[in-house]
Design a protein around this ligand. Sequence first.
Ligand code: UD1
Ligand code: CA
Length: 464
Amino acid sequence: MKTMAIVLAAGQGKRMKSKLYKVLHPVCGKPMVGHVLDVVKEAAAERTVVIVGHGAETVKSYLGDKAEYALQEQQLGTGHAVRQAEAMLGAEEGTTIVICGDTPLVQASTIQGMLELHASSGAAATVLTASFGDPTGYGRVIRGADGGVQRIVEQKDCTPDEAAVQEINTGTYCFDNKKLFAALSQVTSNNAQGEFYLTDVIGIFRTAGDGVQGYCTNDTSEAIGVNDRVALAEAERFMRERINRTHLLNGVTLIDPQSTYIEAGVQIGADTVVYPGSVIRGATIIGEDCVIGPQADISDSSIANGVKIKYSTVAESVIGDKSAVGPYANLRPGSKLGAECKIGDFVELKNATLGDGSKVSHLSYVGDAIVGKDVNIGCGAITVNYDGYNKFVTEIGDHAFVGSNVNLIAPVKLGDGAYVVAGSTVTHDVPAGDLAIARERQVNKPGYADKIRARAKAKKEKKN
Ligand code: UD1
Ligand code: CA
């Protein structure tokens, strides 16, 4: 039988107090609706329709062709939202998962468990429920004497007895597709919020004599529906714990998981150790046997094996085997290090390629540069790549040596094995194997130090 999914993502999310549409708020770096979509895909939905409304274009451009879309022009409630998919899915035979775009912690394995119960019980609907010590804000699940779900009552419509029920509706369900749309046509907006509630179909099924099951998850974190930033922070914490646990089980050491921030989608190899305060984001891939942190901020980068990065920022960069970065280095987008490179303290790289074994150990800026193998760039050396209007490239050949405090005025090229002495300002290419000196010759004036002190002292006294 066919499995489909409808993701509700048309609400504005007023309680978020944000310019960003609610379902696009990221949890561990990935928008909530992205988490939900990946999970329904994993749970084997063959067709997925996302109901969009507020921010429809933004949501669609984020999800792209991962889903089909139905527009809900006015947000008249979750039942009304699901009806918008009728033109697309109404004719299908099968099971339809309905899930809210603001419940990023629901897991595929849980949805699969719910689908299994649904299939074996022959119910018209199965509701994913959870039991909360404090159920405030959620719809309450009212069970009948047979143990099945009788109805779902929204918080605002609860009697005091109903409000005391701790089993809540997570907002994830599966339905017999045909029965779902038939029941939806009977839902009214006769309730405290004047909305068409999806949850009312449960009562409609029961009245028609159909069964409704409740599938209760023991992992209450799965039930978090993010309506405000308090819940967003809570969702982030649970998701972080889940991500970190996966890395730990995969053989990654996290010295203190509580203070390690790894976004969804990051890959880390076995025997890598991550020290506290590290933030690893985006599409970052880290190899085996690396030492990351303390306080490394790495985004969208590819890090090979045996790399060490401490107290440093690395963005959209590539780092080869056994290279070392930091402390206090800033690798900006387009930095590409070969194997066994060393980038030391207060070094900034941008759009710069370094061959194997090259070193920039202290206090340098290397931007728009192509640097060969086994090059040494001395303390304080910089590429002067910008004239206020244009960027220029510096090329440095294999085995070249750039002394301390050298300015390389781009565009400029140092040939293989070239040697630039400290303090030089290089404005012309240096051929392979040549030595460049571009600085004033030193003059010593014997005994002059005392004279100059006396002169300075006299000037100060005159002023006072
Ligand atoms: C809903 C459930 C409640 C459940 C809770 C779980 C209903 C009536 N209530 O309440 O039982 O405990 O989720 O988190 O279903 N949306 C639309 N169009 C609309 C209204 C909502 O697309 O017209 C979307 C929202 O963008 C959101 C989702 O549906 O992603 C849920 O809506 P929300 O207003 O957050 O429902 P809750 O009050 O949380
Ligand atoms: Ca909600």
